[in-house]
Unconditional design. Structure first.
Length: 147
């Protein structure tokens, strides 16, 4: 039987057609469905060869979407991409080029402004750090705000 006629192929195609995904996430989904490892590897290679799977495209879109929302910092985006199977170096390069320090400062300033002084500074700093913003950038924004 040809790979494009298999049940695993149909499942993978359905998964890819719903949303962009990474090779790692597709591999994981197919493994959870109980498909043979050899078939999974062949499908991942096949979909990557016809550009249905492209980790760089996925990571770029993911970063751009979250930069536009301005709710997550670069560190959190890095860890989320790593958990989706994107290579370390690719994450670092894309985040450095697509998430500028100015965008990070703007995002932090917007979050601080929305807070309107309701939260104590230590708790606000902790919340921003949990969202993946760098401590030095948070401190700079708070300093600029108070001056």
């Amino acid at each position: 039987m040809h790979i494009t006629e298999s049940e695993a192929f149909l499942y993978a195609l359905k998964k890819i057609s719903r949303a962009d995904t990474t090779a790692y996430l597709l591999h994981k989904a197919l493994r959870q469905k109980g498909f043979p490892e050899e078939e999974i590897e062949e499908l991942v290679r096949y979909f990557a060869s016809i550009s249905y799977l492209n980790d760089e495209r996925y990571a770029t879109n993911y970063i751009m979407k979250h930069v536009a929302k301005a709710k997550k910092g670069p560190r959190l985006l890095y860890y989320e991409l790593r958990s989706r199977g994107i290579e370390k170096e690719l994450c670092k390069i894309l985040i450095t080029t697509l998430y500028t320090p100015e965008q990070e400062m703007t995002a932090i300033q917007n979050i601080i402004k929305k807070d309107k002084g309701k939260t104590k500074q230590m708790k606000l700093v902790a919340r921003l750090e949990r969202r993946g913003f760098r401590h030095s950038t948070i401190k700079a924004c708070l300093h600029n705000l108070h001056n």
